[in-house]
Design a protein around this ligand. Sequence first.
Ligand code: HEM
Length: 116
Amino acid sequence: MDLYTRTGGGPAVATAVDALYRLILGDDRLSGYFAATDLPRLKGHMVALLSQVLGGPQDYTGRDLRGAHVGLGITPADYDLVGAYLLGVLAGLGVDDEVLGAVRGVLGSVADDVVS
Ligand code: HEM
């Protein structure tokens, strides 16, 4: 079973998107990155992020990761912060350690494309 299904599929991902969005916007170390991003796009970001790390069905066909983040000046520390929030949200949904480990792996492998 893929990670997306094991996390709980669409409903669980929708819950995770909401939680992640609240955590990121509520953290003034992170909210500034999204100051020029409108709400639908912002939620779209969280969906894209989660789908990417879980290998979900909503295949993203927009800008590649590097192109989307180039020039945003995302620091390694802020990247790790988002990763920690994401893992916390997934753990809160009760996903198993194997899924959390796999998500950690994806976060590690795409970091270079997102961090400036
Ligand atoms: C694995 C981690 C991440 C993935 C998969 C991801 C995915 C994406 C994608 C697909 C886009 C393009 C969206 C579009 O063109 O509409 C995007 C844009 C963006 N991302 Fe990320 N992202 C990640 C991490 C982060 C982090 C850590 C930050 C900031 C702390 C961030 C901030 C942004 C911003 C500000 C945009 C531009 C939004 C806009 O168009 O206004 N991303 N991201």
